[in-house]
Design a protein around this ligand. Sequence first.
Ligand code: FBP
Length: 331
Amino acid sequence: MSPKTAQELALPVGVTLDRFIMLSQSAFPYATGELSQLLRDIALAGKIINREINRAGLVDIAGGNGTDNVQGENQQKLDIIANIRFIRALKNGGEVCAILSEEDEDIIHTGNDHGKYVVAMDPLDGSSNIDVNVSIGTIFSIYRRVSPIDGPATREDFLQGGRKQVAAGYILYGSSTMLVYSTGDGVNGFTYDHSLGEFILSHKNICSPQNGTIYSVNDGYINDYPAFVQQYLTKCKEKSCTARYIGSLVADFHRNLLRGGVYLYPSTKKTPEGKLRLLYECYPLAFIAEKSGGKAIDGFGAILDIIPTSFHQRSPIYLGSSTMVDDVMKC
Ligand code: FBP
């Protein structure tokens, strides 16, 4: 047997997130590295939460905490842990002057008044699936502040509208842990290598298939959905499309992003304004959808064109492969 080459003996580990961020930054001559540092801080918090989730069944951090969040939802212990871990990482990172979280009513000022960025986040999405070991996720949206630097952040910093996001993404805690984000120029995915403690580039320049056969919706509420949605779902069934619904937005969105499909959370009689939160669920995933060639609408127009009026406002959402979203709209 011929001897192996050095390359064969030491296969490259791939491009780490750090290196990818550095390489992307060098594409922007005026970049100052603050957004790069912020992305690293998010990745660090993701690694810590991944560790907590993996051992949730072994230590007393599974289940409800007996407290409710601003939405009146029962908080899971891991919701609170994820929230704290992100706030701490962004505070210590120094680039973020304020945070808006699904778990807190008001803006969280980090004390980094010199920070140029604000972050809106859903620290742990899909909470109802935590205890049953089903994939869950973190969703984040980043804006450059509009309020003066060195002063406290303001409401206006968070109500700029989805098109003003400078970056957005999610972390999926699934069969593997992945970080997927965009800074406006393409969407890239990184898989967490536990043995190295590094996110490694595994999905370069993700492009959402223009069409697909998967639809993701809570079919249990079908009688409560608007007529055009019922019409669209009937068409899907007539076309023998495949129904896939995990009940974890990040997991459902991620599958459809790679395979082609559409996720629907329409308004219902119970929630006429929809269930999902505009600022830290709809906007960031709509950003990823559009930057990967897909679409995201609320039934009337693009999600990213909605002018926000309050921190925790909700919106109906239909997002995924562009042809399937157009078909929803046609209905
Ligand atoms: P949170 O867990 O962050 O509140 O997210 C909302 C969510 O769980 C999504 O992840 C999911 O897609 C949807 O709600 C499921 O809602 P339903 O149980 O009504 O189908």
